[in-house]
Design a protein around this ligand. Structure first.
Ligand SMILES: Cc1ncc(COP(=O)(O)O)c(C=O)c1O
Length: 417
């Protein structure tokens, strides 16, 4: 098993991120906690510091203010390119969770009393809770479709079976942060629109964003939300895209202000500017694979990221050199099974006879950072039906290497061998 990237490219990729090999608090470690927050681009760190020092506000008649407005406009254009949005608008809010709540709330209120809000049990509580609360407030019926426990995902057919002509709002999670399995958003939205063409469809792209290209034109949805700290930028804000239909619904805004403005007060220009850094990084990565043209490079970067992450999860499951993979460890169970094409860089596992909390602690003690998912309000939707009270989530990204997977397997051999 080898990296999908050449050694040179692996080195160049890793050089572009902060804290790749060691943590400022705990020292050397392998970072397999990317689903909790991906590594940050060095360029995003520099950009953040630069803009943190600028006192000026947007919308003033001076050069600094005009520069800030231009930088925000460029970041929005870069996001349209990066996510292939042909229309609609991008805006930033407090967090991914806040934006999901805001989009879902306004979608429900816009369709008050008209029918059904359709969600699935695979979703993070951010979208499920928003749909449950605002369906009730808006006199709509909230219907939850059960996901498939065995594969850890949900098929378009499950939405096709549940959707009706009076489905007015639907929510979809692009990738589960517990199982790591992706959902075919384009197929789900097609299934929904076959019976409910006007349905407002809102997608939680937070876990998916770091793992491959986003193609809003192909999805045919109305809202898409990401958390930039999970896509190589930094903490402190969320990013949403809305279709022309969704951006036009009633929403909180200043009286007399621009009708389509969804932003709440003064923007952090630095937050926007780091999004251009993320776009630039993907263009560079795609260019390294030989692609030319900005969108082509982003698509190529998505494919390269997927290939490297598949190399990593294959190595973890099937072994590296003479180190056995998880598949060969009889006490290990992987959520979603060992062979699953929907997997996006993440393996959640249990070890028979060892509480998941102890697995995560033992790995951490050996310098492998993973995360405990408990059957609580975040992950109970996936873990309870499997009869699990917890699992260890091992989440990787394309800048991780097969040699880091080997370090993980060496520890797992002692824990589960
Ligand atoms: C799929 C998904 N949705 C929503 C969230 C919440 O994101 P945030 O805490 O950035 O608001 C997460 C965070 O892990 C997630 O993975």
């Amino acid at each position: 098993m080898a990296n999908a990237f050449s050694d040179d490219l692996m080195g160049e990729v890793r050089a572009r991120f902060a804290h790749v090999e060691s943590c400022p608090f705990e020292g050397a470690r392998v970072f397999f906690e990317n689903a909790g927050g991906a590594l940050t681009l060095n360029s995003a760190v520099e950009t953040s510091a630069k803009f943190a020092a600028i006192p000026d506000n947007q919308g003033r008649a001076n050069g600094a203010s005009k520069a800030l407005v231009d930088i925000i406009a460029k970041a929005k254009a870069d996001m349209a390119l990066m996510m292939n949005a042909k229309d609609g608008q991008f805006f930033v809010g407090e967090s991914g969770t806040e934006l999901l709540f805001r989009l879902i709330m306004n979608a429900c209120l816009a369709r008050r009393g008209q029918g059904v809000v359709l969600s699935s049990t695979l979703e993070h509580p951010a979208s499920r809770s928003a749909a449950a609360r605002w369906a009730e407030e808006a006199g709509l019926t909230h219907v939850l479709i059960a996901h498939d426990d065995a594969s850890g995902t949900i098929a378009a057919q499950a939405y096709a079976d549940a959707v009706t002509a009076n489905t007015v709002v639907a929510t979809i999670v692009h990738t589960s942060p517990v199982t790591g399995m992706g959902v075919d958003v384009a197929a789900v939205s097609k299934a929904i629109r076959a019976k409910a063409p006007e349905c407002l469809i809102i997608v939680d792209g937070i876990q998916h964003a770091a793992h491959g290209a986003i193609d809003l034109a192909a999805y045919d949805v109305d809202g898409y939300v990401i958390s930039p700290y999970k896509m190589f930028s930094r903490h402190g804000y969320g990013l949403a895209w809305m279709s022309p239909v969704l951006e036009a619904v009633a929403h909180n805004a200043l009286d007399g202000g621009p009708a389509l403005n969804w932003e709440m007060g003064t923007r952090d220009t630095g937050a926007y500017a780091t999004l251009s850094d993320v776009c630039g990084y993907l263009e560079w990565l795609g260019g390294e694979t030989g692609a030319t043209g900005r969108r082509e490079q982003i698509v190529a970067a998505g494919e390269a990221i997927h290939a490297q992450e598949k190399a990593l999860t294959d190595a973890m499951i099937d072994g590296v050199g003479n180190l056995a993979g998880l598949r060969e460890m009889p006490r290990v169970t992987m959520l979603g099974g060992a062979d699953n094409d929907a997997r996006e860089g993440l393996v959640s596992l249990t070890i028979e006879g060892m509480p998941a909390v102890d697995v995560v602690e033992a790995l951490n003690a050996q310098g492998i950072r993973t995360h405990l998912r408990k059957a609580d309000h975040y992950s109970g939707n996936v873990l309870d039906p499997l009869g699990l009270d917890g699992c260890a989530r091992v989440s990787m990204c394309h800048y991780n290497s097969v040699s880091e997977v080997a370090q993980f397997l060496a520890v797992m051999k002692d824990l589960a061998g």
